[in-house]
Design a protein around this ligand. Sequence first.
Ligand code: GLU
Length: 447
Amino acid sequence: MKTNEILARLQAKYPGENEYLQAVQEVLESIEEVYNQHPEFEKAKIVERMVEPDRIFTFRVAWVDDKGEVQTNLGYRVQFNSAIGPYKGGIRFHKAVTPSMLKFLGFEQTFKNALTTLPMGGGKGGSDFDPTGKSNGEIMRFCQAYMLELWRCIGPDQDVPAGDVGVGAREIGYMNGMYCKLARQYNTGVLTGKGLTWGGSILRPEATGFGAMYFASLALAKVGEKLAGKRISLSGFGNVAWGAATKAKQLGAKVVAISGPDGVCEIPEGITDEMIDYMLVMRASNRNKVEDMNTKFPDKTKFTAGKKSWIVPVDIAFTSAFQNELNLADAQELKKNGCRALFEISNMGCQPDAIHWMQNNGMLFAPGKAVNAGGVATSGLEMTQNASHISWTAEEVDEKLHTIMTAIHEQCVKYGTLEDGSVDYVKGANIAGFMKVAQAMLEQGII
Ligand code: GLU
């Protein structure tokens, strides 16, 4: 394989699809050496096939807002790769959603899901619908209209969507209700992230953040460090940051920053349980403002408009909001202020030059597809519970999640250990995920 030639072809074919091209470049660069040791992969054109989604559904979503006006959005589902299981991945509602964004997310999801040890292929969906400022009724009508088109493309053995940015248990509920009505069957296994009374798994809401903290603990232990006692920053204040803050606090770390599109909220003495609960209220309000935390807890927090979490001095930082949210200058500022490790919980949270700089300047770095895989892994556990009509206890799910995160960390160490004994987690995660999917594609022929 010649990475440069493949990338040049994709650039010419998909000009402007920057996130997709960025995600593909990162993976191809890290797997090139291993790939070239396997002539059978080259012969079957595994990479050329793997970078293209199996199919993309695009549809119009028309709905009526509270003023009675008709609104039109675009909806998508990218079914990327099903070599190791049914398509699996979230749905994102955000005004910036484009096919490029969902292609990058579906591509990443394929490798992430392979790392989880569970049989799940990669997919992603979404819409350019912006939930900010929308009423509950508007959210419901939009979710129903979106599902009106999507329902024929999904199913427990076909494609199993879940939440992502802008889609949580409320939205999954509205979509599941509409799905069951259209399909005329009570099918619990068609979406994950469901409510506990209608087929959801305990701990699924917490799982992405919990898994990230388990992974961080393992990576820190490898270099003789631990999470307890560390000052850490998170970005965003959504479901992922909420789960991460909960587990970080339980493990004895101090969360001193969260953020939103409006700015950063510093919490010098560390986040409290009351504040963690309030993150849920902020999310449900659809205001999308982290300043609300400062309004609620004025004595214990400080809000700075227009700034990101990365200005706050910490030991360890976690991206937990959006792709490319941390740039080179942010990485340099973090390091200058004493930060020693960066874990991506958001998908592709860091820009490529920031990653290279951190890796070359003695910072520990681990990519989203390994760190955040606990979310989709617990979706996989939800699918197992649904298929066997049972539900596990919190202890059972948590133990399985911990086992999976340990297995992911071990795969990264296996494929990413460098000559000096340190671990390149980007290389490790990409090679481990790739090898599994490539082998599965090879054994199932040219399709
Ligand atoms: N959106 C999450 C992710 O990026 C979860 C997907 C799922 O549970 O299917 O992995």
